[in-house]
Design a protein around this ligand. Sequence first.
Ligand SMILES: [Fe+2]
Length: 265
Amino acid sequence: MQKIVVFTDTHMEPEVAAGKFDPDVQLQKGIAHVNEFNGDADRVIFCGDLTHSGDVASYEMLQKRLEDLKVPYHLLLGNHDNRENFLSVFDDAKVDENGFIQQVIETDCANLILLDTLNGPPYNYPYSHQGLLCERRLSWLDGHLLSAADKPNILFMHHPAHNTGFAAMDTIKLIDGEAFYDLVTRYENVRHIVCGHVHRTISGSHRGIPFSVFKSTVGQMPMLFNVMDFHMEVNEPSAYGMLCISDESVLVQTEDFELSDLKNI
Ligand SMILES: [Fe+2]
């Protein structure tokens, strides 16, 4: 069995506007919770939007905070990240043969495939807020799904490749989502897809493959489906997700770590 903790959308930034969550404090709380109650996890995966502005100072801040985490971790990128600045700080990060932050982690019960959906360089906003798996990245994924044969694969990627029901966020999903799903449904070995980006707990299936989207460690998206605003934020507790993967099942949990008062149980 593999126990995987998932943090997403940590949006680290050194200067925090008045009245906003401090992302470093939020992450500190989440990491403390994992260390105390889920320190037996096999690994922690951070599902993109590691920083808010993609600047070096924010990556350094994240690196410093991650020194607290007692579980091995892996990082992937989102639309608020900058690949070059990320690599200048996390210089030992795994990159594929084309320089994308992608890797396959082989475990006894499944391969964990971490994808890089960052649409840049050039970083051209708002266009770059959409996710992209270009031909080279899809080809890399194709090769790994092919070689996995019957072994199950769990995919981790920042951008959902399908609509999630939030009008604004649906305009900045993975822009080549149809090509992505044409590829992954060609194989019968993708058991689950994990995403961030929406800042909301969402689960379901798309074209027959189950997916989970987890909350951010900072602000959450309110349940207002038809408002064209990317920046809506509601004061719900922050959370991390958890996958327990066995030969027979993928169990998905979420932990609102700010609500927990486990010491009193
Ligand atoms: Fe985000």
